[in-house]
Write a protein that binds this ligand. Structure first.
Ligand code: PGA
Length: 245
């Protein structure tokens, strides 16, 4: 039985004050959630305060991206063992915004995954197709290639031991979610690609998840939680999504 994971991706939102409020709100409700893992991924400068504010609660804290390099002259970058060293457990790699806006190729994403995994962080590997690719019937091919690049570098067992997030690009921040059936089809294909090792892999759905649509998404057999953007910036809304997982 796979334990659900609900992860909040705060992206580049928040201030010192709003992060304090948001963490306090999530902690106050996190104790009464059922059997679900909860994670927040704040902007990197707020990770230390989030860790402090979440201390003693069951809420984990993670990064939104990580360098593929171990350390050195890489101005502005953050290494995996820095995240691990301050207490992060997870890091998102290959988010579509990183792929589209910061030119992260499948090969770079695979390197980042490897860097994270090597220090004991659990990577959350994001995959997903654009609307154009979906319209051309290329969804499973595109997602398959994104996944295969990482499998090729680190082996299927390490990918299966991580978390995969299927996030159709056209559903991110648009208010349009994939139908539960559309998502399930891709999740099942991802699990199949991970072979038998994938039976225990948590595969999250992401893209305009809210408390009003979470239940039908979570009802699908191969959906094991969510990566939540916009709705994770509101503690009550985020907790409602966690409750449904
Ligand atoms: P959204 O973002 O929930 O705002 O669509 C999801 C994500 O980008 O992880």
């Amino acid at each position: 039985m796979r334990k659900s994971l609900v992860a909040g991706n705060w992206k580049m939102h928040g201030s010192v004050q709003s992060v304090e409020r948001l963490c306090a709100g999530i902690v106050s409700g996190a104790g009464s959630l059922g059997d679900v893992d909860v994670l927040v991924c704040p902007p990197s400068v707020f990770i230390p305060s989030a860790l402090q504010l979440m201390a003693g609660s069951a809420v984990a804290v993670g990064g939104q991206t990580v360098s593929e390099q171990a350390q050195g002259a890489y101005t502005g970058e953050i290494a995996a063992d820095m995240l691990k060293g301050i207490g992060c457990q997870y890091v998102i790699v290959g988010h579509s915004e990183r792929r589209a806006l910061y030119a992260e190729t499948n090969s770079v994403v695979a390197d980042k995954f490897a860097a994270a995994e090597a220090v004991g962080l659990t990577p959350i590997l994001c995959v997903g197709e654009t609307l154009e690719q979906r319209d051309q019937g290329e969804t499973l091919k595109v997602v398959g290639e994104q996944l295969q690049a990482v499998i090729h570098l680190v082996g299927v067992d390490k990918v299966a031991a991580a978390v995969v997030a299927y996030e159709p690009v056209w559903a991110i921040g648009t208010g349009v979610t994939a139908t539960p059936e559309q998502a399930q089809e891709v999740h099942a294909a991802i699990r199949q690609q991970l072979t038998e090792a994938g039976n225990g892999t948590r595969i999250l759905y992401g893209g305009s998840v809210k408390s009003s649509n979470a239940a039908e998404i979570f009802a699908q057999p191969d959906i094991d939680g969510a990566l939540v953007g916009g709705a994770s910036l509101d503690a009550d809304e985020f907790l409602k999504i966690c409750q449904q997982a």
